[in-house]
Write a protein that binds this ligand. Structure first.
Ligand SMILES: NC(=O)c1ccc[n+]([C@@H]2O[C@H](COP(=O)([O-])OP(=O)(O)OC[C@H]3O[C@@H](n4cnc5c(N)ncnc54)[C@H](O)[C@@H]3O)[C@@H](O)[C@H]2O)c1
Ligand SMILES: O=C(O)[C@H](O)COP(=O)(O)O
Length: 634
């Protein structure tokens, strides 16, 4: 994200535990008897933040205990609030709203704190104000950069994004500065879907172009003959919240709707009469293509010269997702050559786009200035959703729409830290073993432990498996707070099983297994006897290890990247594959071979520092005894 210049500050320290800078706020930062742990997505950067102050009896040193104590104090009509760092303050928090927010949300905020609505602040003015604020609420127009968090001098506790996309908030900086970021992911879904349909229909009938020409004094009836929608094929790319609502509406217009989404369950699509198809099939058969996938490294410029060349000549394109999924120069070329007959765009790589943008000026392009979420109803809904989330966060409650920084009791986190890393890596490995298009629905996490199930809190481990599975295929940030919420939203059922083993209860977990059922695998050897993908890992000397892949035992430390290779068990295989990697300058960090029966099949797990190029991977695949192999990023 481009950084925003800020005025020089006299105090340069951005101290997480710094006292509140405004004299209007009181921070009773007395010695504590309970503290909350604030963890970033990187467990190694766990930070202990503010401590809770209040004179509790030892028996009230639990979260419930604190809530009860606070309730008692509040009922005595003293205005006390506890923030998400556990700080008790007698002052009302200050909430800065930097873009227009619905009245219902503002009312809710006003009943809780001092609300400063300052729209259209320059980056400098935002930095100058922010150190007086406990919360900031933005839409997509305010860039919440590292400089803003720095200028806040530790006072800013929560940033609320009144909408879905959080690409205008520097999440890494927010986490580093101990600031929670929450969003409002559901309230504008229908508005975005309706805008997609509005663009689809108005584009097909040249409404915008005809309107402009009439206003210029013309009457061009034959120039603006449109195309009909009924019976035409619409490909919905990304069958999530917005995409599925667009599909539902397009069915009502009599269109034949197909969808491409490698991670959406086929039965959810089938339920509304939509077939899930491959990317190639979707783009090559559609008359209209509507984009609803997130902007991730995998979708960045996924619509480019190569993909436009595969489309039906005369295809029409709608984008209400994110501008970055299209290579905009390639789209101009496709429009000029007639491959793309028309495009209707609500979002752009750079917003606002340059005034002389060829794409915006193109006569076959209809544009709107990022209006997908802009209905009165959606803005009221988003305002309430974000106001509730921000007030909850300022009160220290766990938020279901938090996008960074889970809060976990310190003793739980320090014990589980290495298992947290293991759980995320197992999730990340397991999802990469799934063949794209299989539609993941059921994941089971199995913990073998000598501990009594009641004394093993697996929420964090389950959240990290979920994070490992979802993050590579989505732009959603997963943490302890939102993992179950997002999994449910994506139709993913994560179940857990605990197996009590007869070993030392000193360690919380002996092993973690991740099973994914009813999917096809890119690496058939990862399938267990019952056809599910199954991998297992353990923590050894504090380091996460992969110890089982399907029926094969292996033992490799989970660092760098991994090649899994199944071969006929015979001498010389390690040398052959190792040589190919060496010749391509790919450094091997470790290697382990596991087999079921001597002389039959074996799998080799090879840790590599770099990703082997396509040629090197091809050479490995051509080694005669190699039956299958897969490259996995950790
Ligand atoms: N224009 C606007 O004002 C506006 C309003 C709301 C949402 N949005 C944007 O629309 C997009 C969708 O929002 P949503 O709320 O439906 O999100 P969502 O997470 O519910 O849905 C996104 C879907 O895309 C799928 N996906 C991931 N990678 C994919 C790939 N490579 N190919 C195809 N599908 C893939 C995911 O599996 C998921 O089902 C987001 O980018 C969001 O920021 C824009
Ligand atoms: O991500 C979103 O929610 C949409 O893109 C809407 O953005 P907006 O709140 O700036 O309209």
């Amino acid at each position: 994200m481009a950084s925003t210049p800020c005025p020089p500050r006299t105090a340069t320290t951005a101290h997480l535990n710094s006292p509140l800078s405004s004299s209007s706020s009181v921070n009773h930062n007395k010695p504590s008897n309970l503290s909350f742990l604030h963890a970033s997505s990187n467990p190694s950067s766990v930070k202990l933040l503010h401590s809770v102050s209040a004179s509790f009896s030892p028996s009230s040193t639990t979260k419930t205990g604190i809530c009860n104590v606070l309730k008692t104090v509040e009922s005595a009509d003293i205005s006390l609030s506890r923030d998400l760092h556990g700080v008790v303050s007698t002052a009302k928090p200050t909430i800065l709203v930097s873009e227009k927010l619905g009245e219902a949300g503002l009312d809710l905020l006003r009943s809780f704190g001092n609300v400063d609505c300052s729209y259209d602040l320059s980056p400098q003015d935002l930095c100058a104000k922010i150190s007086l604020c406990d919360a900031l609420i933005v839409r997509s127009g305010t860039k919440v950069t590292r400089e803003v968090f720095d200028a806040a001098q530790g006072r800013l506790k929560v940033v609320g994004r009144a909408g879905v996309g959080i690409d205008n908030v520097d999440l890494q900086a927010a986490t580093e500065f101990g600031c929670l970021v929450v969003n409002a992911p559901t309230a504008n879904t229908i508005a975005a879907a309706e805008h997609g349909i509005a663009l689809l229909t108005s584009m097909a009938r040249n409404v915008a172009q005809a309107d402009a020409s009439m206003k210029a004094g013309k009457w061009l009836r034959s120039k603006y003959v449109g195309v009909s929608l009924v019976g035409k094929t619409l490909a919905v790319m990304g069958f999530g919240k917005v995409g599925s609502e667009v599909a539902r509406r397009a069915k009502g217009l009599g269109m034949h709707v197909i969808a491409h989404d490698p991670y959406a369950p086929a039965d959810r699509a089938r339920a509304i009469g939509v077939d899930l198809v491959s990317f190639e099939q979707a783009i090559s058969t559609a008359d209209f293509i509507s984009l609803h996938m997130p902007l991730t490294p995998a979708t960045n410029k996924v619509f480019n010269d190569d993909t436009f060349a595969k489309m039906k000549k005369g295809v029409r394109l709608i984008n209400v997702a994110r501008g970055g999924v299209i290579d905009e120069d390639a789209l101009v070329r496709a429009l000029d050559s007639g491959i793309v007959a028309q495009a209707a765009l609500d979002v752009f790589t750079v917003e606002p786009p340059p005034k002389d943008s060829k794409l915006v000026q193109h006569e076959n392009v209809t544009v709107t200035p990022h209006l997908g979420a802009s209905t009165k109803e959606a803005q009221e809904g988003v305002a309430i959703e974000i106001a509730e989330a921000v007030v909850g966060a300022l009160n220290g409650e766990l938020s279901a729409t938090a996008v960074n920084a889970p809060m976990v009791p310190p003793e739980v986190l320090s014990e589980l830290a290495p298992y947290v890393v293991l759980a995320e890596k197992l999730g990340r490995l397991a999802v990469q073993l799934v063949t794209g298009g299989s539609g993941i629905q059921c994941v089971k996490v199995v913990y073998k432990s000598a501990r009594d199930p009641d004394s093993l809190d697996t929420r964090l481990l389950r959240a990290m498996v979920t994070k490992g599975i979802i993050e590579p295929i989505s732009d959603t940030i997963i943490n302890l707070v939102n993992a179950d919420f997002i999994a449910k939203q994506k139709g993913l059922r994560i179940s857990e099983e605990r197996i009590i083993v007869d070993s030392s209860p000193e360690y919380p977990v002996e092993s973690i297994q991740v099973h994914i059922s009813n999917v096809q695998s890119r690496f058939a050897s990862a399938l267990s006897e019952n056809g599910n993908i199954r991998i297992e890992g353990r923590v050894k000397y504090g380091v996460p290890h992969l110890t089982r892949v399907g029926p094969f035992s292996v033992d490799v430390s989970l660092e760098g990247n991994l090649i899994l290779c199944r071969q006929v068990d015979q001498p010389g295989m390690i040398g052959k594959v190792g040589n190919i990697l060496g010749e391509s300058n790919v450094n091997v960090s470790f290697m382990s071979v596991g087999r079921t029966v001597k002389g039959k099949l074996a799998i080799m797990a090879i840790g590599v520092d770099e990703e082997p190029d396509k040629d090197t991977q091809k050479k490995i695949g051509e080694v005669s005894a190699v039956e299958e192999f897969v490259f996995l990023k950790l």
